[in-house]
Ligand binder design. Structure first.
Ligand code: TIU
Length: 235
């Protein structure tokens, strides 16, 4: 069995190509001024540093024809999938559904809801729109994973302790073998990111593993070579 270097100990890789990259909510709403993250009072520039590293990891997955899943947090234009408790939360300048500089805040199809161009999904990649923080609630994600036979998930994106951690916990409880890529996720609160990474890998990896993007790529390379030599879905 192949492993990649990770914390709190080596992450076990599957015996076939059933491992996917999950990119959570890398959309303009959270990344750019004038979006939801900004309206909540956050400094959105803090999230920029992960973009080149995540782009690099995405390129690696694409080059090796491994599955990639993107998510977008958004609501229908009539907000029928947005609980009032969510819309009313916070005391930001703009609420979900209000008109902002990038269109209506957190509404599907608006300019602000687009995934940033550096990470734009390709036609063969799964895009999951989700009304909650977790990507399993009220979405077809689990059905897709089951149909595709995916068992191992590497989590990236924003923000670490909100949508990324929620989704990873949902996946962990559903039996997926989960790892968070430390330098491909970011929070508006650096201390929260650090705490999230520590709480995931505490207690022997109670919610999963963490590793850097370099560790991920170094660990996946020999695994992919072995699978290719073995003839399993070479590609
Ligand atoms: N506000 C915040 O940190 N995050 C969110 O509202 N959504 C996601 O994390 N995607």
């Amino acid at each position: 069995m192949f492993h990649l270097d990770a914390q709190p100990y080596a992450y076990p890789l599957p015996g076939d190509r059933s491992l996917a990259l999950v990119i959570i909510d890398m959309q303009r709403d959270f990344m750019e001024p004038g979006g939801f993250g900004d309206a909540l009072g956050n400094d959105v520039s803090l999230l920029q540093a992960i973009v080149p590293r995540l782009q690099n990891l995405l390129d690696f997955f694409r080059a090796h024809h491994l599955p990639v899943i993107h998510t977008q947090e958004c609501h229908q234009p009539d907000l029928s999938d947005c609980p009032p408790s969510k819309r009313d939360r916070g005391n930001g300048t703009l609420k979900i559904g209000d008109q902002g500089p990038m269109g209506r805040i957190l509404v599907y199809g608006e300019p602000g809801n687009q995934i940033i161009p550096e990470l734009a999904p390709q036609a063969d990649e799964q895009v999951i729109t989700k009304p909650g923080k977790g990507a399993f609630y009220n979405t077809p994600l689990q059905a897709y994973l089951q149909q595709a036979g995916i068992t191992h998930l590497l989590f990236t994106g924003v923000t670490t302790e909100v949508c990324v951690q929620t989704t990873m916990r949902e996946a962990n409880d559903r039996g997926y073998t989960c790892l968070m890529v430390e330098d491909c996720t970011e929070s508006y609160f650096p201390a929260f990111k650090q705490s999230t990474l520590e709480m995931i890998r505490a207690q022997g990896g109670i919610v999963g593993w963490t590793a850097t993007a370099d560790q991920v790529q170094s660990g996946l390379t020999p695994w992919l070579e072995a699978l290719t030599v073995g003839g399993a879905h070479a590609g």
